[in-house]
Design a protein around this ligand. Structure first.
Ligand code: F6R
Ligand code: MG
Ligand code: MG
Length: 364
């Protein structure tokens, strides 16, 4: 059965501050999705949130980039924004960067990850959702999942995966893309994806079958808006089992906390902490950045789940590690490498300060 899985997300208002989503927004989104399912437009849906980001997970048969599916998501966010405004939530409508819908939410503010698949006999899906970070946050885990045999033993000992995977990498600043084959081209690929503020892994494909294995959102909100509107808070869909890495191989990169950009005012490096959905309320210094993982089995498009994959004591050490890294980085206060390099900060006073100090800088 051919079907499309769409994950479309937006921050349409934070509660309290930028830490979480108000339950009324989730309720309203659930009603809008239920209506679309009842009419037969959607096969199934699941509404959740990661921090202050509202997540619409949808299955349907309208294909990727469907204007109707994107319109449904957009209208759901518009309705939610009305509630957010009524409750005077913080940053109501933050990611709704356009005044009116124009065919596709890409480039308008909401984040999108979509994949069209032929549902397998058993279709295992993990959806990662992050808050207080940017799209490049998936580069390291996607590399580990699909190219690193120290993470994914299946690459070595499973004959249906031994062929390797190909990575579609986007240059988000220059709007260009390139494909790399793993394992032969990993050294070339790492030159780029090791710089995640500019190069993001968009999709991963199983080389032998050409089938899609992973799809991420790579919107750069700051660039769409031309001004600060928050980090992208990206999502990523990963298929698991069979010719794809096993669930445990997909989750394994998160057994350690890696450092990503985002956190307070989108202007800091901080540890990505894997948490249960209920713990995705970044509050310490507006962080540290969080990642949740929703696991599903698909049954003719029906989303059987979710299982809250990081709600598991085996990720306690990663959480502790994230807290320890957070302590170390916080001691740096306004200094790099805690603070982001000048051109990556989402907030800056540099132009004003420079203007004020004009004439005081002397040649040395
Ligand atoms: C980071 C984030 C928060 C805000 C901060 C200031 O992605 O959302 O850290 O940047 O709370 O928010 P404003 O400027 O809305 O008061
Ligand atoms: Mg927010
Ligand atoms: Mg957010």
């Amino acid at each position: 059965m051919k079907l499309t899985l769409s994950v479309i997300k937006a921050d349409i208002g934070g509660y309290v501050g930028h830490s979480s989503s108000h339950p009324d927004l989730l309720d309203a989104a659930g009603k809008s999705m239920a209506k679309a399912k009842k009419s037969g437009f959607l096969i199934d849906y699941h509404v959740t949130r990661c921090g202050d980001d509202l997540q619409l997970i949808m299955t349907h048969q309208h294909g990727e980039d469907s204007d109707k599916v994107h319109k449904l998501a957009w209208e759901t966010f518009v309705e939610g924004t009305k509630i957010a405004k009524k409750l005077k939530l913080h940053g109501a409508g933050q990611d709704m960067l356009a005044d009116a819908f124009s065919g596709n939410v890409r480039g308008m503010g909401p984040g999108v990850a979509e994949m069209e698949i032929n549902e397998r006999e058993a279709e295992t899906i993990i959806i990662f959702m992050a808050d207080k970070t940017a799209s490049g946050a998936w580069n390291l885990p996607l590399y580990k999942i699909f190219a690193d045999p120290f993470n994914t033993i299946g690459l070595v000992i499973a004959s249906n995966m031994h062929c390797g995977f190909s990575f579609e990498v986007h240059d988000v600043k220059d709007s260009k893309k390139i494909f790399f084959n793993a394992p032969e081209e990993i050294y070339d690929m790492l030159v780029f994806i090791g710089a995640p503020s500019r190069f993001c892994v968009k999709n991963v494909y199983h080389r032998e079958s050409g089938e899609i294995a992973a799809a991420s959102s790579t919107q750069k909100l700051a660039m769409i808006a031309g001004r600060y509107v928050g980090k992208d808070d990206p999502v990523c869909i990963v298929r698991a089992q069979g010719k794809f890495p096993a669930v445990g191989e997909v989750l394994e990169p998160f057994a350690h906390s890696h450092i990503v950009e985002g956190w307070m005012r989108g202007s800091h490096n901080g540890p990505l902490m894997p948490v249960a959905v209920r713990e995705s309320n970044p509050s310490r210094f507006d962080g540290p950045p969080r990642v949740i993982a929703a696991g599903f089995q698909l049954a003719n498009g029906k989303l059987v789940g979710p299982l809250d994959m990081f709600d598991d004591p085996s990720f306690d050490n990663a959480r502790q590690e994230a807290k320890d890294i957070a302590d170390v980085l916080r001691q740096h206060g306004p200094f790099e490498p805690h603070r982001l390099p000048l051109d990556e900060m989402e907030y800056t006073t540099m132009p004003d300060v420079m203007k004020k100090l004009k004439g005081r800088f002397k040649k040395i």
